[in-house]
Ligand binder design. Sequence first.
Ligand SMILES: [Zn+2]
Length: 171
Amino acid sequence: MANGRTLGVVAYVIAEPQEVTPQQCLKSAADLYASFGIEIDCKSIFPAPLEWFKRLQVGFCTLGNPLTSAHRLELFSLRPGADALDAALYFVASTNPDFRGCAQHPDDRPGAVISAKATRWTAAHEIGHILGLSHSNYPNALMTYSTRGIAGKPKCNSGEIEKIRLSKWLV
Ligand SMILES: [Zn+2]
């Protein structure tokens, strides 16, 4: 059960994002979560030039519902170097439908997909979903529908911070 304050992350770079590097994206996430009292332990960033997954069919992206995309299930079954509770972040070229990121994942395999349209806050946003958060209507919220519009440091309210601290993925 939840008791720790650390989320392990392993990233797989199938395609590089256009505006940020995976390293910058994960550093932004780690810095932000540190301010919430949560450590993002980025264990490894692996190059993973897997052409088959570059343009990922994600199907419906509805958090909390089972994955409907065989393509994405196949990708999420690949998580070398990741422990059971680590979040696997897959950087792909694009998703169909066209998302910046999507954190719907199998119940026993925490993770998210991040497309090449990622902003510096996309990893932090998707990690928010993995840790249990849903969307916010507040434009500068970390969990805003579009991280593109965030000015300055994204915000989480105290309720959201409470919630992520209870995540079962923290060790
Ligand atoms: Zn989202």
